[in-house]
Design a protein around this ligand. Structure first.
Ligand code: PGA
Length: 261
């Protein structure tokens, strides 16, 4: 039997409003077909904020799901430019990426610290939105053999919270997306043994902290139609967070199909 995978398309700011609308209108039928290839396929599109609502409406009553690329660490209030978990919930988002390295590293003004990421995590759970928590080491961490130290720090507050609030989840999937920074947008993919050992470590740590949470581990970083086959060999993998390759429908389609044929 084929394995169950979630394919999360992180469009970042690579597609503008008109390009996003064209993407889905030109490929609507194929996207629906793709989502029905197998009951084991989940497709989650994460466009930029203004595009979310129109796309959610277009795909209403289909298997295609939507996610935010971020959310505020605050519940409500005077936070110009931010979008709350409540708003994401109200428009029909069922997923949300938090802690992406492009936000951790570039948006110092929004304080994407582990503490803020944990607050976002908490607010998303309250809204029954599946968090997609990104973690990943830098190249220098890797070269200094500090990968697990970095990942432990990035996960700590999330795991503490999950442990404390285990009763709140009710089967809601919680995704940990392992995205080594040196693989994002670089065309580089980690060695499979290295990847396997990290994913196994994440599965062990999450299950140990909050065994009743429905943890799912994703991989992200230069996933493409050319390298997707290789990931089929990895056991502890529930799906992919795909940036650039997801912004061209034919590439995205090939990635998904190649996992199922
Ligand atoms: P990439 O991005 O697939 O373009 O490397 C992945 C991500 O940043 O989520």
């Amino acid at each position: 039997m084929s394995k169950k995978y979630t394919f999360v398309a992180n469009w970042k700011m690579l597609l503008d409003f008109n390009e996003s609308i064209s993407y889905v209108t030109e490929n609507f039928d194929q996207l629906i077909k793709l989502s029905r290839l197998s009951n084991n396929i989940s497709i989650v599109l994460c466009p930029s904020f203004p595009v979310l609502y129109p796309l959610i409406k277009i795909f209403e009553s289909t298997k295609i799901q939507f996610g935010g690329q971020n959310c505020s660490a605050h519940n409500k209030g005077a936070f110009t430019g931010q979008v709350s978990a409540q708003t994401l919930h109200d428009i029909g988002c069922r997923y949300c990426i938090i802690g992406h390295s492009e936000i951790r590293n570039y948006n110092h003004e929004t304080h994407e610290t582990d503490e803020f990421i944990a607050k976002k995590f908490d607010l998303l759970i309250d809204q029954n939105i599946a968090p997609i928590v990104c973690i990943g080491e830098s190249l220098s961490d890797k070269n200094d053999n500090k990968t697990l130290i970095t990942l432990t720090t990035q996960l700590k507050k999330i795991l503490d919270l999950a442990k404390l609030e285990e009763h709140k989840f009710n089967g809601l999937p919680v995704f940990i997306a392992y995205e080594p920074e040196w693989c994002i947008g670089t065309g580089v993919m980690p060695d499979l043994d290295y990847l396997d050992s990290i994913l196994t470590w994440i599965c062990t740590e999450t299950a140990k902290s909050a065994p009743h949470v429905n943890w799912q581990v994703l991989y992200g970083g230069s996933v493409s139609p050319e390298n997707i086959y290789k990931f089929a060999e990895i056991d502890n993998l529930s799906g992919f967070l795909i940036g650039k390759s997801s912004t061209q429908f034919q590439e995205f389609e090939k990635i998904i199909k190649r996992m199922y044929y």
